[in-house]
Design a protein around this ligand. Sequence first.
Ligand code: PEP
Ligand code: MN
Length: 293
Amino acid sequence: MSERENLSRSDHPYRLINRAFHPEFQDNLQSMTVTVAGVRIGSEEKPVIIAGPCAVESREQTLEIARAVKEMGANMLRGGAFKPRTSPYDFQGLGEKGLEILALAREETGLPIISEVLDVRLIELVGQYADVLQIGSRSMRNFPLLVELGKYGKPVLLKRDMAATLHEWLCAAEYIAVEGNMDIILCERGIRTFTIQEYSRFTIDLSVIKGAMEKTFLPIVVDPSHATGNPAMVPAASLAALEFGAHALLIEIIGQHTDRSTIKCDGHQGIRPTVFRQIMIDIEHWWNIKSRE
Ligand code: PEP
Ligand code: MN
């Protein structure tokens, strides 16, 4: 009996998102496609680029970045209105005002928006504005949040807890799927190892892309910004993630002339639009070669 046949669906901890139980996804590690306002994330598609500020800090800041990334070919805009911060004294986000700013940016640029939901009590509010609801790394194990987002039904981006195994991450995705929502996008954002900020903020786990693709058919995004915490590493990490099979990238951007020290959240790691432009050019070249293979 093959390993696949050996697996019994009923006693497997994740079933609905398990590649082994889906005959339609048996070939070539092909993935499902999640469609967000016409943007298709998944295999056979050109990589989707999601870019934007870490946090929405002001209307001017967000619109400047949104216009720049749109002009350079990004497909979606990111930005946190409710931020999970280490210290309670850190900037916590603009809340609903931040969501209104994101909606303005979407109106102007046409880019769908993705924003984090920190708590079950915020699902309705964030859901009124965002096209994709982000579950942050620190919330991957917030099981009531996973359940409610499964019921809510809008596409979800599920970040990997910085200390989660692949198995735990996929079980978290199953919590969403079991409630009837299959529009799940996985996001690798770096794991905690012994580098602890000596040379990178987290360790980018490129191997998990292939690992996840073997176990599930859900599309996978890589966030090179949090995974490295270093703007100088973001271009190489972006290309490497795509070469490993990532279907999309989630990249933090700062204003072209903004003083990093004035940024309230993750100012040290965002890349400037000029750097983003070069990444987009490099991806275009990479894709042209890849799609001819
Ligand atoms: C973010 O995307 O802004 C964020 C807070 O990421 P993470 O949850 O991966 O730390
Ligand atoms: Mn951030």
